[in-house]
Design a protein around this ligand. Structure first.
Ligand code: G3H
Ligand code: ZN
Length: 275
C-alpha cells in the first residue's frame, strides 16, 4: 500500500514503536526494503535524496518504487529526502511521490516557515505529506552545514506556522557517522515533545547505539532516518564477494550478497524500533 507520512506516523506518537526511514541508492534497494517490511510486518519509508532521484529519474522512481509500494502488503511511503529547494519537490510531487521533505534548516526562521508553508499548500493538492526541519543536524566532515540543537519553543512556533505534518529536530545526532556513538539529549527531546504536537523525526540515526534506537520508541519520535548503515553493509558485502570471486563479472550474481547483507541491517533496525 502506498501511504503518506500523515497516514502512517501519528499512530506511533504514543505506541511503543517508531517507523524506520531508509535511504535508497538504486532500484534494487526498493526490493530489499519492501521485502524486509513484509517479513517484519512493519511499515517502511523509502527515502530518496534529490541526487538519487535525479540519477535514475523522478518519474521512474514514481513508476517503479510507487508501483512496488502499491502492490505490497506493507504500508510503504515514497518520500523525497532533504530537498533544500522547491524545484526537486515539485518534480517529486508530479512523479507520484507520496511525501516530501523541505529542508530549510540552513535558512533564517522566517524563510524556512514561508517556503515550508508554500510546500505544504502545494503538497495538499497532491494528497502528499510534508516533513520539515528546525534546528540543524550536521554532517560528519561537512563544515558548511551548521550544527544547531533545536530550541523547543522555536520548534513549536515553526510547526504551527509552517503547517508541516512532521518535524525533524536536532537533539544530538550527526549525519553519516560510521560508529554508533552518538548521544541523544533526552531532556531536550522531552522539552520539544512537550511543546510540539506533530510527530518528530530523528535524522542521522546510523550513529545511534542500539539501546538508544530502542529508547526512541518511548518518545514522540515516529520516523527514524537511517542511511549510512545500509551503504556500509552493501559496500562490505560487495567487496567480500569481489575478493572471493575475482573472475566473476555477472553483476546480478555479485549483488545478491550485498543486497542480502543490507536487508539484514534493515530487519535488525526495524526490530530495535519495535517491529
Ligand atoms: O536523511 C537521511 C538520514 O538522516 C540518514 O542519516 O546516513 O547518518 O543514517 P545517516
Ligand atoms: Zn537526514
Amino acid at each position: 500500500m502506498l501511504k503518506t507520512l500523515d497516514e502512517v506516523l501519528p499512530k506511533y506518537i504514543n505506541a511503543d514503536a517508531a517507523v524506520g526511514a531508509f535511504n535508497l541508492a538504486l532500484f534494487p534497494d526498493t526490493k530489499v526494503l519492501i521485502e524486509a517490511a513484509e517479513e517484519m510486518n512493519a511499515p517502511v519509508i523509502l527515502q530518496i535524496s534529490p541526487v538519487v532521484a535525479e540519477f535514475m529519474g523522478y518519474d521512474y522512481w514514481g513508476m517503479i518504487a510507487g508501483e512496488m509500494a502499491r502492490r505490497s502488503t506493507a504500508e510503504v511511503v515514497l518520500h523525497l529526502d532533504h530537498a533544500n529547494m522547491v524545484e526537486p519537490i515539485w518534480k517529486a510531487l508530479d512523479a507520484g511521490f507520496s511525501s516530501v521533505m523541505f529542508d530549510g534548516s540552513q535558512l533564517p526562521f522566517e524563510d524556512n516557515v514561508r517556503i515550508t508553508n508554500e510546500v505544504v499548500k502545494r503538497a495538499e493538492r497532491y494528497g502528499a505529506s510534508v516533513e520539515a526541519e528546525i534546528g540543524s543536524v550536521a554532517y560528519l566532515g561537512r563544515d558548511s552545514h551548521k550544527d544547531q540543537l533545536t530550541d523547543p519553543k522555536e520548534a513549536a512556533a515553526f510547526a504551527e506556522a509552517s503547517g508541516c505534518g512532521c518535524l525533524a529536530v536536532s537533539v544530538g545526532t550527526t549525519h553519516m557517522m560510521r560508529t554508533q556513538t552518538a548521544n541523544i539529549q533526552y531532556d531536550l527531546l522531552e522539552s520539544i515533545q512537550n511543546e510540539v504536537k506533530v510527530p518528530l523525526v530523528i535524522h542521522g540515526s546510523t550513529g545511534l547505539p542500539d539501546s538508544q534506537l530502542v529508547k526512541m520508541r518511548g518518545y514522540h519520535v515516529c520516523k527514524v532516518n537511517i542511511g549510512t548503515a545500509l551503504r556500509v553493509a552493501f559496500d562490505k558485502g560487495l567487496r567480500a564477494e569481489l575478493e572471493e570471486r575475482p573472475n566473476d563479472y555477472i553483476y546480478i550474481d555479485l549483488l545478491k550478497r550485498p543486497l542480502e547483507d543490507e536487508k539484514q541491517v534493515v530487519r535488525k533496525k526495524m526490530e530495535l524500533l519495535g517491529f
